[in-house]
Write a protein that binds this ligand. Structure first.
Ligand SMILES: N[C@@H](CCC(=O)N[C@@H](CS)C(=O)NCC(=O)O)C(=O)O
Length: 213
C-alpha cells in the first residue's frame, strides 16, 4: 500500500489523522510531504488534489484522494487491521463518538481562525469582539469537557478521544496563555495519560521552517 499525506508538524488536523494512522498500524505505509497550507495563500499544487487547499490530504495509489481529518480517520479505521475501533458501529455509541469528535474538532475550528486573526491580520484590523467570543467558546468547551471527562474516559478509546486530546495538545502549543488546565483537574489528569500514548508521542507539534512552495 502506498500512501502520501500532505502534512505539517504544525497542523492539529494533520495530527488527528496521524494519530489515527499510528493507532491503526498504518503509519509505516505513509510518506509525508511537507505542504504549506496557508489560509491566505491557496496552494496551487495542493488544489489539484484537494480543491479546498487544506491539509491533511491523503493520496492513495490507484484510488481517489481522501481529505478532511475525520474522513482520513474513518478510512484508517476501515483499512487498518490492528488497534482500537475508532468509529463504533452500534448506533448510540457511534453518535456519541461522532459528537465527541465534533467537540474536539470544533475546538480547533475556534483556535485556528483565532490564530490567523492575531498572527496574520494587521493589528489595526483586529476584531476584539470576535476574539472575546472565541475565548468564551474555548472556555465553554473545556468546562464542558471537565464535567464530562470521567464518563468519556470510561469509553473505549476512539476517534472522540483522539480529537479532544489533540485539540488540548494544540492549546498547549499555541494558546498557552489561555491556561486551560486552571480549574480543570480531571481534564488535566486525563490529558496527561492521553499524551503518553505512543501514537501521540510520535506526532508532536513543532515549528519547522516553512517550505517556500
Ligand atoms: N476540516 C478540515 C480542516 C483542515 C484545515 O483547516 N487545515 C488547515 C491546516 S491546520 C489548512 O489546511 N488550512 C489552509 C486553509 O485554510 O486554506 C479537517 O478536519 O481536516
Amino acid at each position: 500500500m502506498s500512501l502520501t499525506l500532505h502534512w505539517s508538524p504544525r497542523s492539529p488536523y494533520v495530527r488527528k489523522a496521524m494519530v489515527a494512522l499510528h493507532e491503526k498500524g498504518l503509519a509505516d505505509h505513509v510518506t509525508t510531504v511537507r505542504t504549506a497550507a496557508d489560509p491566505l495563500i491557496p496552494h496551487e499544487g495542493l488544489m489539484r488534489t484537494n480543491p479546498l487547499s487544506k491539509i491533511p490530504t491523503l493520496e492513495r495509489d490507484g484510488a481517489k484522494p481522501i481529505f478532511d481529518s475525520r474522513v482520513i480517520m474513518e478510512w484508517a479505521d476501515a483499512t487498518g487491521t490492528q488497534g482500537p475501533r475508532l468509529f463504533p458501529s452500534e448506533p448510540e455509541a457511534r453518535w456519541r463518538t461522532l459528537s465527541l469528535e465534533a467537540v474536539g474538532n470544533g475546538l480547533l475550528d475556534i483556535a485556528l481562525p483565532w490564530l490567523v486573526e492575531v498572527r496574520m491580520r494587521p493589528e489595526n484590523l483586529r476584531y476584539d469582539v470576535q476574539i472575546d467570543a472565541w475565548r468564551r467558546k474555548l472556555n465553554s468547551v473545556v468546562d464542558w469537557l471537565e464535567a464530562e471527562i470521567q464518563a468519556i474516559a470510561e469509553r473505549p478509546f476512539d476517534a472522540g478521544h483522539i480529537a479532544i486530546g489533540v485539540a488540548l495538545c494544540y492549546l498547549d502549543f499555541r494558546f498557552d496563555s489561555e491556561k486551560w488546565r486552571q480549574t480543570r483537574p480531571l481534564l488535566t489528569a486525563w490529558h496527561a495519560e492521553f499524551s503518553l500514548r505512543p501514537s501521540v508521542l510520535a506526532t508532536t507539534f513543532r515549528d519547522d521552517p516553512r517550505p517556500t512552495a
